[in-house]
Write a protein that binds this ligand. Sequence first.
Ligand code: GDD
Ligand code: MG
Length: 347
Amino acid sequence: MQAVILAGGLGTRLRPLTLNTPKPIVPIGNQPFLLRQINALKEAGIRDIILSVSYQPTVIKEVLGDGSDFGVSLKYVVEPAPMGTAGAYKFAGTHLNATAIVLNGDILTDIDFRTVIEKHKKNAAAASIVLTRVDNPAAYGLVETDENNKVLRFLEKPKPDEIEKLNIDTINAGIYVLEPEVLKLIPENENYSFENQLFPSLLKRKEKFYSYIAEDQYWIDIGTHQRYLQAHYDLMSDKIKIFQLERNKNYEAADSAEIDDRSYLAEGCIIGSGVKIINSVLDKNVIIEDGAVIQNSVIWKGTKIGSQANISASVIGLECSIGKSVVIASSSVLGDKTILANVNIQL
Ligand code: GDD
Ligand code: MG
């Protein structure tokens, strides 16, 4: 069994974070995101992994290497320009000789891949797709199935009025199992989409296209600021089975600093006196000066937050310098190396 991870998108909705850090390696719990998928694949006994990349491939390779550090073999297939989801899978075709599990490279999940593969084999399917339920399906591919889990309809991001009429809450979770014969249905050297082209074509041809609904299993697409933060909140409240944070104390904190049990600080952080850190993740070498309050936020490596500053529900990129008494309120996202001057509070 092989795996293909589709990791060539531009990560536009996560900008400015993805300007220097492509989406596959944005930190989640202070580790490159794709490491989660790689570990989950390894758990399922899949060690032959192809990363389909296009945007900033060298940066990704520098971080993940050949996979030997993680006990897997990683091969990179670099598209000259993004070829679409199915186009990317076709482009990786020369490396594919068996049934493959194909993953969108931006989903964080504890869905058990072994079960997914077993169901695919039991159904003798040409293609299988994992579905999950979400409250607001508008941002996803909606999938209608019958009582035998056969896929009946695939509608990528339908308009809100269409969604109301459809009454479908099962969406494409971005996990597929595909037989090599599916490759033949994708044109060579063409931008081609699973969602808009291949799946509708499988249905038209009446191929054996099955679904597996993952009930009560954690799933999130981390591709927007709000969901990136949500993934961290879920991680800190231990909602993700395969992914627990190992909280260590390799940082320096003043005695009067208050750090709650959920928060996770990487090594080299320095926390000043009177600081409060609530439900937040701080990556390596973050400095928080006296009296600052950090809540519900994620702070990337090497950033400094000045004294009395107040950061809430925000993401602060690499090596930023936030001045004294600056207030960064809900849902702000600051790109790498942002400098904000001190605020002089005159009483
Ligand atoms: N190699 C490569 N080449 N990868 C690509 C390309 C490409 O041209 N285009 C997109 N990808 C990768 C992205 O990097 C991402 O990991 C994955 O394919 C999905 O792309 P997104 O841009 O994140 O799509 P989406 O989130 O709007 O929608 C997709 O995912 C939803 C679930 O999260 C669709 O598959 C929806 O149907 C699905 O519900
Ligand atoms: Mg996505």
